[in-house]
Design a protein around this ligand. Structure first.
Ligand code: PLP
Length: 409
């Protein structure tokens, strides 16, 4: 499918000369690990010992009855340590860092989830850890900054540009150029220059491997459709890769529809016609950009889906027709979250709730013999501030006001 990091016309590695050797080193170590059967076994053992794997494939009996169509299963990535599929990627890269003999890791983070996961991995493996985060995000995501620091990471607020995720990425690359010999850059999703899209997908494929085995065990048949939300694309690539070679399984990626695709306030790169092909941050894919190649502002109620680029592998799978892309709006996501909580006792992250929203919209029109799987990429506890706001909870508002007075804000 790909040649030196290209997925048809997407991907590649557009790198400054100085980083080429470091990327080659990473690719060599990764290729050797992949070719070593003991490596995957070591990875699986680590994840079962440290992060509750294999995660269950839960039959959502009440939701299935409620929508009256397909039998709905939920892959429970929310049960990972630190609450999301991000653990799969960071722990895998941690094993590669050990193989490279490096002692320091750096990462970029927007909402802070990838930062917390990386800081956790660094504490577990005994690596030094620096997390780059836009100054605006440092202010917005205080709880995650607090946890990263308690875990021993140094959090560096980035003051350049618009002081958000893309500026943090630039700063992390700058650090890497200076400290290549000692440092590995733990990229957080299936984006960026080759080999990151392949490498992150490789570790996340543990989701799809398990899900395929589990659904065959439970139902004796493959699912008709598999739904996953798409930010950078790593949880989607993870579960999709278990079914890519089963043409009868339809794969559905759900992006952030924000305030609607008829507005500019969304982050739908593949489900809308607003994005165009470009090269940025070292790789070629669909970006939400203006005619001069300036990145547009994106919007989503879910911070983890609020990104201008998307995995080059997913861009390719869209063009080849293997994956269907949809978008769920903030309002639809809020309804889906309420239904998942009230009917099944699940608390999906706002990101994951996008996959739930699309699956809920389609489940009723499928037959009772059909099976569908929703990837619950993470748990919603982290979203308490946003969700309480969205539902306009008056007792919560009083609580926040009292805390503000207590701290003299
Ligand atoms: C980070 C995150 C996402 C988005 O990242 P992908 O790489 O697209 O998977 C989705 N869900 C949760 C819970 C996240 O934390």
């Amino acid at each position: 499918m790909h040649d030196r990091g290209y997925y048809d016309r997407f991907g590649g590695a557009y790198l400054p000369e100085i980083l080429v050797a470091t990327f080659e080193e990473l690719e060599t170590v990764f290729d050797a690990a992949k070719a070593d059967p003991a490596f995957w076994a070591e990875y699986e053992a680590l994840m079962s010992n440290y992060s509750c794997r294999p995660t269950p494939l839960t039959f959502a009996e009440n939701l299935s009855a409620h929508f009256g169509g397909a039998r709905i299963y939920v892959k429970r990535e929310d049960l990972n340590h630190t609450g999301a599929h991000k653990a799969n990627n960071v722990m895998g890269q941690g094993l590669l860092v050990k193989r490279m003999g490096k002692k320091r890791v750096i990462a970029e983070t927007g909402a802070g989830q990838h930062g917390v996961a990386t800081a956790t991995m660094a504490a577990k493996f005994g690596f030094e850890c620096t997390i780059y985060m836009g100054e605006v995000d440092v202010e917005r995501q205080r709880p995650n900054v607090f946890w990263m620091e308690r875990l021993g990471a140094q959090v560096v607020p980035v003051k350049d540009g618009t002081r958000i995720l893309k500026d943090a990425i630039n700063e992390a690359f700058r650090d890497w150029v200076t400290n290549m010999d000692s440092t590995h850059y733990v990229l957080g999703t299936a984006c960026g220059p080759h080999p990151f899209p392949t490498l992150v997908t490789y570790f996340q494929s543990i989701i799809g491997k398990e899900a395929r085995r589990q659904v065959l065990e439970a139902e004796g048949q493959l699912p008709k459709r598999v739904y996953a939300c798409v930010g950078g694309g790593s949880n989607a690539m993870g579960i999709f890769s278990g079914f890519l070679d089963d043409p009868e399984v339809e794969l559905v990626g759900v992006e952030a529809g924000g305030e609607g695709l008829d507005t500019t306030r969304h982050a739908a790169r593949l489900a809308s016609s607003d994005a165009s092909i470009g090269v940025a941050q070292g790789y070629k894919t669909y970006f939400l950009q203006d005619e001069d190649g300036q990145m547009r502002e994106t919007h989503s109620v879910a911070a983890g889906l609020d990104y201008v680029g998307v995995s080059p592998i997913l861009a390719h799978l869209k063009e080849s027709g293997r994956v269907r892309f949809e978008a769920a709006t903030d309002a639809e996501v809020k309804d889906a979250l309420a239904t998942a909580m009230r009917r099944e006792g699940l608390i999906p992250a706002l990101e994951s709730s996008h996959a739930f929203a699309q699956a809920f919209a389609e489940a009723g029109s499928l037959s009772r013999d059909d099976v569908i799987i929703i990837n619950q990429s993470g748990r919603g506890d982290k979203d308490i501030f946003t969700v309480a706001d969205a539902f306009g909870d008056p007792a919560w508002k009083r609580f926040i006001r009292r805390k503000a007075e207590q701290y003299g804000a």
